[in-house]
Design a protein. Structure first.
Length: 182
């Protein structure tokens, strides 16, 4: 009430709806706050034991649908990633990753002559290369993968989008975003 009385918009960020995040009670949040933001990324995060995309298209679809099952669409904002992870898999099976913004991620692939190929299942470009006995894998976030996510979000007719984080995107990404959200 204090926020509304003072003209302040109140939002809350949540991880994607999963059984282990049920205690967030998004339905109740949707009654209280102005916007419920679902962070539709970190599907495979820094601590993951296996390599995978930051936000596959299926992960984003589930995030949208499961959020809308609890929160009205006019209060729902879906957040997308402006970053990707470079996964390293050593010969002894150790898996680790490092996150990169869009341009450095693209440069890494070019420097290592890794040719990204579109992966329909994940809705992103995938590339891998080997160096010094280590396999490097990347599910790249770039304009086309962002557009695939935006199509899902736009079709759901939610209140809007958010992103992690400003400054990690390529300038061209805004051309894609403005086609769906202005």
């Amino acid at each position: 009430m204090k926020c509304r009385n003072n003209g302040i918009v109140l939002s809350v960020d949540n991880y994607v709806p999963m059984p282990y995040t049920a205690y967030y009670d998004r339905e109740e949040q949707g009654k209280i706050v102005d916007y419920v933001i679902t962070m539709a990324y970190d599907e495979y995060h820094a601590g993951s034991e296996v390599a995978g995309p930051v936000a596959s298209i299926g992960f984003v679809k589930d995030a949208v649908n499961n959020t809308l099952a609890e929160v009205p669409k006019e209060k729902t904002i879906i957040a997308i990633p402006f970053y990707t992870r470079l996964w390293k898999e050593t010969a002894d099976g150790e898996v680790s990753s490092e996150s990169f913004s869009m341009t450095p991620a693209e440069n890494i692939l070019k420097e290592n002559e890794a040719e990204p190929k579109w992966d329909e299942e994940y809705g992103s470009y995938y590339a891998e290369y080997e160096k010094d006995g280590t396999v490097y894998r990347m599910w790249q976030e770039e304009d086309k993968s962002i557009e695939e996510k935006l199509k899902v979000i736009y079709d759901a007719d939610v209140a809007g989008i958010a992103a992690w984080k400003l400054g990690l995107e390529k300038e061209s990404t805004w051309n894609v975003i403005t086609r769906y959200f202005e």
